[in-house]
Design a protein around this ligand. Structure first.
Ligand SMILES: Cc1ncc(COP(=O)(O)O)c(C=O)c1O
Length: 365
């Protein structure tokens, strides 16, 4: 049935009318997935076993998040009241912004950074204040401090950041929190496992600190949509008013404890990625492709004017990579997720062929 041209629909809020639909460029991904920074191999086999144990009752009842939240909180050394599970970090960001951002507020955002901060902020009446990193893409610490204003309500920092892989130090984060006591500091530790440094231990100690983590990356559970938000109890009370009690489904809840328990698998995967990252850095240097130092499971590379052709040639060779040219200050830059050493050898072969075909890189050939 086609919609009648004369149908009168109610109009959405002005901010929503001004928004664009955001469609991640997923498409067909039947290839080596080095485009979305997921785990490229597998999650723990214990997760598959937990899925096999799912009963009819698990499927027919509403999910109960509290028992699993208590397990995750204990795992992180937090009180259960300081933590909520979410439908990916994306829901954590969305709910946090909906809870705190209102007209006249400012969201301070070092850029380039993760796309969804701006998407969710644009649905609120707050203003985004971007703080552009210099060409080295290092964390813009001093400019960020200088941008803190009386209207700053939230400062969102991905640590490590995407697409750069750059990090803020613990001291810098503490300094930012103390210089903006009237605002919230969200530290998004989606890539924590590859970096190894955290401020999770400061939740409840630094009064305006909120930390988010995901199970989409190192744990390999992106399809289950699992994230968490950790904050002082008083802040969590506000967040829980907005958060859906059922947004984390029963399958995800059943899989989380076994995934957490299998520390051997997590350690193995992270070790594999770090070894592969070092090998891939050497491969990039060998062909003279500029790269930015990364503490995460991806590397941002400088491909230049022929970035779109590069992405296409890599795709034709069975390797998906992500063009970040549209990000602020990232024209000609392509982000490549790091998988296992074996996968990255395939990626290196594709890279070398694309570099030769397009005559890229600074090295004599
Ligand atoms: C910094 C950052 N935060 C959050 C996410 C999304 O996490 P989730 O899959 O848990 O929504 C990503 C995914 O790319 C990310 O790069």
């Amino acid at each position: 049935m086609t919609e009648a041209a004369t149908t009168m629909h109610p109009t959405p809020r002005a901010r929503v009318q001004a928004m664009m639909e955001y469609h991640p460029p997923l498409g067909s991904r039947d290839a080596l997935r080095l485009d979305f920074n997921e785990n490229t191999l597998a999650c723990s086999h214990r997760v598959r076993e937990a899925l096999a144990r799912i009963s009819m009752s698990d499927l027919t009842r509403y999910p109960q998040r509290e028992p699993v939240e208590a397990i995750v909180a204990a795992h992180l050394g937090l009180a259960a009241a300081q933590l909520a599970l979410t439908n990916g970090v994306d829901e954590a960001i969305h709910v946090l912004f909906e809870t705190f951002l209102e007209a006249g507020d400012e969201l301070l955002l070092p850029v380039p950074t993760y796309t969804m901060y701006e998407v969710y902020a644009s649905a609120t009446d707050a203003r985004v204040v971007p703080v552009l990193a210099a060409d080295d893409l290092q964390f813009p610490f001093e400019p960020l401090l200088a941008a803190i204003a009386p209207r700053t309500k939230i400062i969102a920092i991905a640590n490590p950041n995407s697409p750069s892989g750059a990090v803020a130090t613990r001291e810098q984060l503490i300094e930012i929190a103390s210089r903006a006591p009237h605002a919230l500091l969200l530290v998004d530790e989606a890539y924590f496992h590859f970096h190894g440094e955290t401020v999770m231990d400061l939740v409840g100690v630094v009064p305006n600190l909120i930390v988010a983590r995901t199970f989409s990356k190192a744990y390999g559970l992106a399809g289950l949509r699992l994230g968490l938000i950790a904050a002082p109890v008083q802040l969590m009370r506000w967040v829980r008013r907005v958060l859906s009690p059922y947004s984390v489904n029963s399958l995800a809840l059943a899989c989380l404890p076994p995934a957490l328990e299998d520390t051997a698998y997590l350690d193995w995967y992270v070790g594999e990625v770090l070894a592969a990252r070092a090998e891939f850095e050497t491969a990039l240097d060998a062909v003279g492709i500029r790269r930015w130092p990364s503490r995460a499971n991806f590397i941002l590379t400088e491909i230049g004017l022929r970035h779109a052709e590069f992405v296409r040639l890599m795709h034709e060779a069975g390797v998906l990579v992500r063009d970040r040219s549209a990000d602020p200050g990232c024209d000609g830059r392509v982000r490549i997720t790091i998988g296992t050493r074996e996968q990255m050898r395939q990626a290196t072969t594709a890279l070398n062929e694309a570099v030769a075909a397009l005559n890229l890189g600074g090295k004599e050939k």
